[in-house]
Design a protein around this ligand. Structure first.
Ligand code: HMG
Length: 464
């Protein structure tokens, strides 16, 4: 049975910080953000927004657009790493908000949980719900998987330039118009590690930035190896002599903590795949230097990062490699469109990968490419750490969904924050009722209870 993504809706808060203003305020070269990281705007939540109302707004959009009734939804999962309760799951808040619009108890038949594994948890939720459909348990109903996060780092930290906020709702069913997942090839890797984590009670993560970059690459490559083995052993794809499995992927979608991480990841994966192929030798001649090797053959992350000579040479090698025509051709045709929305919005943690997918559909379609039958490869990564590599094929009916995609219109008119406003919001200096924007047909947070017996209870309202 086919199962996959039928439609996708994006909800992005309308406040943003401009990368150039931010760079000037922090004494940084704006080119580091624009060119080095690929960040031009970072979406920020207003004082009356939390990850639950972002998720509910994305759900409402997808339900209204597809005229879905609550009865047609059998599962509603929310994946997030911005949870504000240790016990009550975020999807329950979303159900509560949706019932303000669709009527009391209108979702009571529906099941679901909140899932957590940093940025990769949405991919696990998609996989589990796809299998719920494939197993015939859905009985014709849809699943909604919502990925929602506020990517917030400490003021003055290196991560501060890679913030963002938003939610994406994905409608899954057995007649998906957009993408059917390839069955039985989804592959994972997992490791107990501390590249990025957020201990209880702390609002921002503890981050080892360069370590996290490398761990991301290593874990995704491990999952890619496992995916490759499954694809070949299952006969999904047959790889010819002197070819790599990556030649058979029409579009790559990578987890995007910042847009340029997608390019870094593509370069890393391609480099490893091409190394054993006849195409590598002429490429090395063009690059004009041998591929550098770390001094410590064990190649642990710590030893690699500590080997400054290797790091510098490898940086130079990567730069030359990514400038080759051969890499540029793959980058422009298979990845670049997925990075456009990320540059406009920033990191969405769980939702970043799917913002990339959405972006790739919109901007490839605009180029006039017929997307039907194209195979998409997804590289999902969550700190802490796990990666998932999976794939799917664009369905013949995709055009009916993609032709109306317009990310700018979907975000709506945005307000640029001054640095002073941004810092006040960031440091929670404003109260819920001091919001900078008036809500428009959306859910907002109106109260968080402080009385001991009700502490933490949240109230939301829908504003017409
Ligand atoms: P940094 O160390 O300040 O930056 O922080 P850098 O020195 O590495 O520079 C970044 C890039 O800008 C480099 O490009 C520089 O060359 C370039 P690259 O060499 O990598 O191609 N650059 C310039 N370019 C043009 N003009 C200039 C200029 N100066 C420098 N003047 C870091 C970077 C990503 C580490 C930091 O922002 C950070 O800590 N971010 C948060 C952690 C993160 O995003 N990690 C990514 C991997 S882990 C992950 O994705 C999981 C995550 O999403 C969480 C989850 O799973 O839940 C984070």
């Amino acid at each position: 049975m086919a199962a996959g993504i039928d439609d996708i809706a994006v909800y992005i808060p309308r406040l943003y910080v401009d990368a150039s203003d931010f760079a000037h305020a922090r004494g940084m070269d704006p080119a580091k953000l624009e060119k080095g990281l690929g960040v031009s705007k970072m979406a920020m939540v207003d004082t009356n927004q939390d990850p639950a109302c972002l998720a509910a707004n994305a759900c409402l959009k997808i339900m209204q657009k597809n005229k879905l009734s609550p009865e047609s939804i059998g599962r509603l999962y929310v994946s997030t790493e911005s949870a504000f309760d240790e016990s009550k799951a975020m999807n329950s808040y979303v159900i509560g908000m949706l019932e303000q619009v669709y009527g009391s108890s209108s979702f009571e038949h529906c099941g679901g949980v909140e899932t957590k594994f940093a940025c990769v948890s949405g991919s696990y939720a998609l996989y589990d719900n796809t299998n719920w459909i494939r197993a015939g348990e859905a009985e014709g109903k849809n699943a909604l998987v919502v990925v929602s996060d506020i990517a917030k780092y400490d003021l003055g930290s290196s991560g501060e330039a890679t913030q963002g906020a938003g939610a994406i709702a994905m409608l899954l069913n057995d007649k998906p118009r957009l993408l059917a997942f390839d069955p039985k090839v989804t592959a994972t890797s997992i490791k107990d590690d501390y590249d990025f984590y957020r201990p209880f009670g702390k609002e921002t993560p503890i981050v080892h930035g360069q370590y996290s970059n490398l761990l991301y690459l290593i874990q995704v490559r491990k999952a890619l190896e496992a995916w490759k083995n499954k694809v070949i052993s299952s006969g999904l794809l047959e790889i010819g002599k002197d070819e790599t499995i990556l030649d058979y992927i029409d579009y790559f979608n990578m987890h995007l903590p910042y847009a340029n991480m997608g390019k870094k990841a593509l370069a890393y994966l391609i480099r490893h795949e091409w190394r054993s192929l006849p195409r590598w030798k002429p490429l090395i001649d063009k690059i004009g230097m041998a591929e550098p090797q770390p001094k410590d053959p064990r190649g642990t992350i710590e030893s690699v990062l500590g080997d400054q000579e290797f790091m510098e040479k490898d940086h130079e090698f990567t730069k030359r490699f990514t400038n080759t025509e051969e890499f540029q051709e793959v980058y422009e045709s298979k990845l670049a469109s997925s990075l456009i929305a990320s540059k406009m919005i920033g990191n969405l943690y769980t939702a970043s990968l799917y913002l990339g997918f959405r972006s790739s559909l919109e901007f490839e379609y605009q180029k006039g490419v017929d997307l039907a039958g194209k195979r998409i490869g997804f590289g999902s990564y969550g700190s802490g750490a796990s990666a998932m590599v999976f794939s799917g094929v664009i369905q013949p009916e995709y055009e009916s969904v993609v032709k109306d995609m317009n990310i700018e219109a979907e975000i709506g008119t945005r307000k640029k924050l001054s640095l002073e406003e941004y810092e006040k919001i960031h440091e929670n200096k404003l109260t819920i009722d001091q919001s900078l924007l008036s809500p428009k047909k959306e859910f907002v947070l109106v109260e968080i209870q402080t009385k001991p017996e009700y502490r933490g209870e949240r109230r939301y309202s829908f504003n017409e």
